[in-house]
Design a protein around this ligand. Sequence first.
Ligand SMILES: [Ca+2]
Ligand SMILES: [Ca+2]
Length: 484
Amino acid sequence: MRMHKLVGLPSAIALAVGLAGAAIAPANAAAPPSAGPASTYLVLAPQGGNTKAAQKRVAAAGGTILASYDQIGVLVARSTNGAFETAVKGSGVQSVASTDGLGTTLIDDNITMGVDTGAEEATGNPTAEPLWANQWDMRQIDVPEAHAITTGDPSVVVGVLDSGIDATHPDLATQVVKEKSASCIGGVVDTSQAAWSPTTSTHGTHVAGTIAAAINGVGIAGVAPGARVASVKVVNDDGFIYPEAAICGYLWAADHGMQVTNNSYYIDPWEFNCINDPRQRPVWLAVQRALSYSSRKGTLTVASAGNSNVDLQHKFTDSTSPNDGSYPVVDRTITGACRDLPAEAPGVVTVSAVGPTEQKSYYSSYGQGVVDVTAPGGDTRFRTGGATSTITDAVLSTVPGGWGWAQGTSMAGPHVAGVAALALSAHPGMKPGQLASFLERTATPLACPEGVYEPRPGYAATCTGGERNSFYGAGNVNAFNVVK
Ligand SMILES: [Ca+2]
Ligand SMILES: [Ca+2]
């Protein structure tokens, strides 16, 4: 059994505020040579080919097909045959791999706060919302100025690939598109509201509120309250996101016309030792096929950079650095299947986090050529130089039963998804590539801090690049600039 260590996230912080990161599910025991416990497999037909021959091979090998994603030539199968992988290989099957042990997690320790709900009626002005005074994040990216022009168009639906959305929440009840919401747990679509509602995690509800909480005289305002969100639940009750769920989620969002998805989780195949375990490569290849399909269908994927304060660009390629043994140093060009997903997949907008002073949040990962833009994600430590936590410097949003604070790059991502929704409302018809470059062009550039940046002891990082740099990419997204 092997557990992923969350780099630089002391438990005290994780308890105080929500920090999303990646962790590894315990690997299952090796399968016995014959019948054993059921495992889930991804079976890849040749790229561009159909899955008919692969379906026959799965049946012959003693597998049950749970889902057939013909759009990308991927089957999700389940089998108790310990020799399933060997048996299913052959003509019509490019590769096959079990997803056992390849689940990643969200960390979602939000704190709810009491709220005065006897507030005045909304006027369409976000600054009249009762909790507006706490929404430094919205002021930072000029949301009020944007809302004077548009709050977004209801035809724009942002898919929240997360732990489910509470559609009964007073700030979200009018905002969730139920007919486009679904659970993808297990790689299989379930459209019942119970299936796509939150069970063990508040994370998805928090993300949804940042994107689209209503201007209704209650609680907070989101970035694009005129647009809507759909719950695409990919996090299971144990807190894990398995590759088959992520694949199902990307395809569901793309096939239901969602022009933007928000992805507040982070799959780091290297943490799963992808390069030394070729068995895993088909799994990550299937995830990339799904991402690429969704981009072709017109969906922009917004992804969080992660909360490990690591340089994503130099993590593996800096062969001049001493290899500390934590990652193999290899040429990434030959190991495309081992990219961090979705953060490093082509066409994905990857987001780092800043706090109330528009400086990199101490926990935010970064990387030249990886981070495209930044957005408010909160920083509860900058105010005291790391000594103590200031909860109001996190991001306030909706949680089941109320409103709560959380910080993390998974809080920054939904600000970008919301701004993307505003951009599509003001300028309909943009393709994902055009939208991505529009978000970058309209961002407010943020300069690199000089020298070593260490806002909190133990969280040192060095920024590289000019106007476009490793900490902030093209800069902080701006809601007004995309609608004016
Ligand atoms: Ca509200
Ligand atoms: Ca990118």
